[in-house]
Design a protein around this ligand. Structure first.
Ligand SMILES: [Zn+2]
Length: 335
């Protein structure tokens, strides 16, 4: 009877049609398995609980009417698990956070907020600058809903005032001003506020002689501000050249995604342009380019690795080494 435990190998189980695969096993093999089983038992204890004449489910309720009162039911809190977008590895958000918000299996860099970058970069404590500037609806712009409503909704959802936050602090004891974008605020779009915050940061850095680092993470210009958002490209680029004249370094850190008007202005104008691994960096989307040039795009097109190979970036840095590399760069420029 014990042979039946290995029925899937040698003999068809009771009450079922013979498995076509098991036919291939010769009688000799079956006997061998039987002999092995009787003598050795493969080290597995035999538990005679299965009545194979009955069809078996995975679970069988032993008693009827077992119920759990609602107060004893445990809810799984939202956001407890994170499934990696790159390798599908399931991990707790705690594990992810402990690994600087990179996948513990494949090192995929998830998107961070400005506050999280400040946390990674700065030593104890930092001071936020120009936090009082807010967007207004200059053009009475209405798409699916009025721009004013869109702004209010974004502010309520993110507790941010716009898509950029600026802070000054110490990186391994060296002063640095960091202007970091937040993708969650209307796709990290560059409007008047982003432009103005960069402009004020540049003027502040020139005056105080502190290096500037801009962390880009943007879908491009903010269409609800139309030409006013496009003007920010010229405004920031002009001021950055003034910063270069004053010999104050500017580090441009491109993160996933850096596209549109941002990549066409300040993001590509750094004294050093560097990026996180696997970030999407480009101007127009791949579909638009493909339709325009009528050619297939090369593999890995618009990733930071591709851009590094083609000379657009100076290096790619893993988030674990970010602080160390930034502090070394500040030192290299003699600040
Ligand atoms: Zn992964």
């Amino acid at each position: 009877m014990r042979l039946r435990r290995y029925g899937h190998l040698s003999l068809p189980p009771f009450g079922r049609k013979p498995d076509p695969l098991s036919k291939d096993l010769s009688a000799k093999t079956s006997k061998k398995i039987a002999r092995l089983d009787l003598n050795a038992n493969f080290g597995i204890p035999y538990i005679p609980i299965l009545k194979q004449t009955q069809s078996m489910g995975w679970f069988k309720r032993l008693k009827d009417g077992i119920q759990t009162a609602t107060k004893y039911k445990k809810e799984t809190p939202d956001g407890l698990w994170y499934k990696c977008k790159s390798c599908d590895h399931l991990q707790t958000t705690k594990e992810l956070a402990a690994n600087l918000h990179k996948c513990v299996s494949c090192d995929y860099h998830t998107r961070l907020s400005s506050a999280q970058y400040f946390e990674i970069l700065f030593d104890e404590g930092h001071q936020e600058l120009f936090s009082d500037i807010e967007s207004t609806d200059i053009m009475d712009f209405v798409d699916l809903k009025p721009y004013t409503e869109r702004l209010e909704a974004a502010k309520a959802k993110t507790s941010l005032k716009d898509a950029m936050a600026v802070a000054q602090g110490q990186v391994n004891g060296k002063s640095l001003v960091v202007a970091a974008m937040d993708f969650v605020f209307i796709g990290g779009s560059m409007g008047s506020v982003v432009g103005e915050k960069i402009a004020r940061s540049i003027k502040y850095c020139i005056k105080e002689r502190i290096p500037l680092m801009i962390i880009s993470k943007s879908g491009g210009a903010r269409m609800m501000e139309s030409a006013f958002s496009l003007m920010q490209m010229a405004k920031t680029s002009a001021l950055l050249s003034r910063m270069a004249e004053h010999k104050v370094p500017y580090f441009s850190f491109l993160t996933d995604p850096t596209t549109g008007g941002v990549s066409a202005s300040y993001a590509m104008l750094g004294d050093i342009n560097f990026s996180e691994p696997g970030a999407l960096i480009g101007f127009a989307g791949p579909r638009v380019i493909k339709e325009t040039i009528k050619r297939d795009l090369p593999e890995g097109f618009q990733t930071s690795e591709f851009l590094l190979e083609h000379g657009f970036l100076d290096f790619i840095v893993n988030r674990s080494d970010l602080k160390e590399r930034v502090s070394k760069m500040i030192g290299l420029f003699g600040f």
